[in-house]
Design a binder for this molecule. Sequence first.
Ligand SMILES: [Zn+2]
Length: 441
Amino acid sequence: MHRFALSFVALLALSRARAQQPDPGLLSTIRAIKAIDNHSHPPALTATGQKDDDFDALPCDPLEPTEPALTTRPDNPRYIAAWKALYGYRYNDADSAHVRELLAAKQRAKAAQGDRYPAWVLDKLGIQTELANRVAMGRGLVAPGFRWVPFVDALLFPLDNSSVAKYTPDRKIFFGREDALLKRYMTAVNVSRRPATLDAYLSQVVTPTLERLKREGAVAIKYEAAYLRPLNFTRGDKAVADRAYARYTNAGVPTDAEYTAIQDVVFHYVAAEAGRLALPVHIHTGYGCGGYFEIAGSNPLLLEPVLDDASLRKTKFVLLHGGAGPFSKEIAPLLMKPNVYTDFSEQTWLLPTRELARTIRYWLEWYPEKVLFGTDLSPGGSPAIDWEEIGYQTTTSARDALAIALTEMVNEGEITRPRAAEIAKMVMRGNALRLYGWPDR
Ligand SMILES: [Zn+2]
C-alpha cells in the first residue's frame, strides 16, 4: 500500500511536469509570430540629463516604496537571458564587472541605432506594433512600430480635487498630476478657464480633446481610474451633476456624492464619444502599484453597469491586465458581451509563467476571440534592467505561457492541434488587428 502511494505520487509529479512542457512545434510557431502588443509604456529617447516624464500619467516612482513581487526582482533569471538575446551578453551571472560590459554593449547599440533604437528593440522582441500608453509620444516612438494610447482620467475630475486627494498619500500625488494634465488638455483646445456649466465643459473641453487626440494619432483611450476611485461607474444622475458642477465651478469643493455623479456623467459621455470616434476604451483592472492601491475597487465586475449599458454597445471596452491578481476569473464571463475584450498585460511581469498559462488557458476556454497579448513593459528604474529587459521577460514568458496553455488544451482533447496554432495567431495578433480595424500585413 505504501509503495503504491509512493508510485502514485511520483506518477502525479511526472504528469504535472509533462503538462508544463509546451509542444515544441507549437512553441516555435508562437515564437515566430509578429505580435501586436496591446499595452505598454515605452520610454522616449532623451538627451543626456533629460527625463522622459510622459511614459505614464500616474507613474509609481514618486510613491512610498513597496516591495516588488517575486517575478520583478532583479534576480529573475529571464533578465540574464534578455542581456544575452539583446546585447550578446556572455555570462550566466550578474557580476558587477560583467554588468559594466553589458551597459557598454547597450550604449553601443543605442549609438549605432540612433532614433531607430526603440524600433530595433521591438524587432528583437518579435513585436510588429506596440500600443504605447503615454501622455504624449516622444523621440523614437514612431508608427508603425508604436501607436499612441493617451490617458483620459483627467477629464473625469474637472473641479477642486482637494477632497478626493485626501483619501490616501498616493492619491494626493496622483490628483496633482491629473490637475496638471487637465490644464494641459484645456490649453491644447484653447480653453483658458473652466466653462460655467457641465454641458459647456462636455462640449468645449471633453469633445474637442477626444477629437484632438484622435487627430494626433490616438488609436484608443485609456483609463487608470482604479488608482483614483472604484470602478463602479454608472450613468450618473445628470440633474445632480449639473447642479453640483454649476455650484462649484468658481469655488468650493463638491461632496463625494456630488463629485461621483459628475465623474459618472463624464465617464458615460466619454464612452459614447469614443464609440462615435471609433476609439476603443482601455480600462485598468486588477492589481496596481503603490501601498495604498485599493484592490477591491479594481474588480472588473464593478464595470457591469457600463458594459451592460445598451447605449454604449458601439463602444469597445478593453479590460486591461484581465483583473490581474485576484480577478482573472471574473474577466472570462464578461467576454461574452459583444464589445468587451481583455489582455494579459501586467500579468506577464506580475506572475511566473506557469500561473500566467493558467490565466490564459481559462480565458481561451471561454472566448479565444477576445483575448489579446500585451506586455505592460515600462522603464525599469535601473540601466541594466530597463524597458528592453522587461520587454524581453514579458514577451518570452507570454509566448511560453500561451504555448503551455494550448498544449494542455490539445493534450486534454479540448481543441485540435491545428486549431491551437490558429488560436495562437489570434491571441498574438489577429484579435488585435480585428479590434483596431488594421489590415493584416
Ligand atoms: Zn500599464
